[in-house]
Each structure stands twice: as C-alpha cells, then as structure tokens.
Ligand binder design. Structure first.
Ligand SMILES: NC(=O)c1ccc[n+]([C@@H]2O[C@H](COP(=O)([O-])OP(=O)(O)OC[C@H]3O[C@@H](n4cnc5c(N)ncnc54)[C@H](OP(=O)(O)O)[C@@H]3O)[C@@H](O)[C@H]2O)c1
Length: 204
C-alpha cells in the first residue's frame, strides 16, 4: 500500500520505518521540506521517499497525520484528503504540553470537520513512540494493542490489517465520537502499553 506520512518525527518516523519494513511504500514529509528528511528516508531504504506535504498526501492511499494537532490548520485543503484513508495519530496538546480544551468535541472529530470527505480512522494515539519502536511482536506472541476508532468500517479494517502487519494487535474502541473519546489523553487506556487481555479488562 502507498502511505503518506505528514509529520515525520517520533511517531511518524517510527511508523514510516515499520510500514516500510512490512513492505509498504512510504512518502515522508515535514514542515521544513524533503531535503531535511533525505537521510531518514535513505536509512529506511527503497520503500521510502522524502516529499513535500502535499506530495505525501497525493501519494498516499492512506495518509498518517502525525504532526502536532495545533498545526492542523497548516494541512493542505480538505479536497486533497477526499476519499483517502486518513489515520489520525494526533493528540490535542498545546505548545506547552497541556491538553487543549475542545469543549464537547474531541480531537478526531475536529479533524473530521476539517476534511469531511476523508475516511478517517483514529489510531496510534495512546501508545508512546518508543513502545511503537520496540514493541512489535510476532503473531504467536501476546501482542501490544494499538487502538482504532472511526465511522468507516472498511477503512478501519484496512488500518487494523496495517497494525497486524507491523506486529501489533488492534482493538476497535467504536465510533469516532465515542470510540475516539475512549482514547483521549487522561483515559484509562492512554499512555501505557497493554496487551489485548489487559485492554479488554480495562474497557470492559
Ligand atoms: N510522541 C509520542 O509518543 C506520541 C504518541 C502518540 C501520538 N502522538 C501525536 O503524534 C503527533 C506527533 O508527535 P511527535 O512526538 O511525533 O512529534 P515530533 O517528534 O515533534 O514530530 C512532529 C513532526 O511534525 C512535523 N510538522 C510540524 N508542523 C507541520 C506541518 N505544518 N506540516 C507537516 N508537518 C509538520 C514536524 O516537522 P518539522 O520538524 O519540520 O517541523 C515533525 O516532523 C502529535 O500530534 C502527538 O500528539 C505522539
């Protein structure tokens, strides 16, 4: 699959490596331009290339949003995401690391408002990048969970398959609104690695 990565830092860079290792093609991008990602991209290998943000979005059948949430307004226009599977890994932190007050809304609902024709899946939000980097396990072992949520069942199935291919288990927490809320900062599943068994116990 072709996967565009928008924001290639801790989470985006780690996911790019895992996706490429699993055989997918990745286009990595950041705010400073492709030249600043040349060495990362060549270290990943032939499955990776460094591009501009708009090129990464165009390239991807799926697009991972792994930039700071507060920079979301700098993303390309809504129509560039139309029909694409958009994986939202962003958590709503301010520049000083406080959880932003979104009122009755949640971060992924706000992303959905910005790109209404995208097939949005919330995923990779609750796991720290260092666990993502080191926690991949073969299917025969008890795997760590990457949670997903969203309103498009087929997009969620595709993202669940990607998660399986990179060595993690996925658990669907539900719709973008309710399932997304279960993954927000401060929730019981946020920020600590857990196996499927542990996660099911917590989620009930
Ligand atoms: N760190 C974690 O463990 C973790 C876990 C789960 C979810 N998340 C979420 O993942 C997102 C990224 O976190 P991170 O820790 O990976 O951050 P990070 O290491 O600071 O990386 C952020 C990346 O986003 C890029 N970026 C910034 N503004 C951009 C823009 N306007 N357009 C395109 N790219 C832009 C940065 O590029 P430049 O360097 O060129 O500006 C950088 O590549 C956040 O929303 C965070 O809440 C993080």
């Amino acid at each position: 699959m072709r996967i565009g990565i928008v924001g290639t830092g801790h989470i985006g860079g780690t996911a790019a490596k895992l996706f490429a290792k699993a055989g997918h093609q990745v286009a990595v991008s950041n705010s400073r331009g492709p030249a600043t990602l040349a060495s990362l991209s060549s270290s990943i290998g032939p499955n990776a290339k460094a591009t501009s943000v708009i090129e990464a979005v165009k390239f991807g059948e799926a697009v991972l949003l792994s930039l700071p949430y507060r920079k979301m307004d700098e993303l390309p226009p809504a129509e560039s995401f139309a029909g694409k599977i958009v994986i939202d890994a962003m958590n709503a932190y301010s520049g000083v690391g406080r959880v932003m007050d979104l009122g009755d809304s949640t971060s992924s609902e706000e992303v959905a408002k910005q790109m209404p024709a995208a097939r949005l899946v919330k995923a990779f939000n609750t796991m720290g990048w260092n666990t993502l980097a080191s926690g991949s396990r073969p299917a025969r072992e008890e795997r760590l969970v990457v949670f997903i949520a969203g309103d498009d069942a087929s997009a969620k199935a595709t993202v669940a398959k990607l998660i399986d291919e990179i060595g993690f288990a996925s658990i669907d927490t539900g719709s973008l609104r309710d399932g997304g809320r279960r993954q927000q900062p401060g929730s019981p599943i946020y920020g600590r690695p857990m196996t499927v068994r542990e996660a099911k116990k917590i989620l009930g």
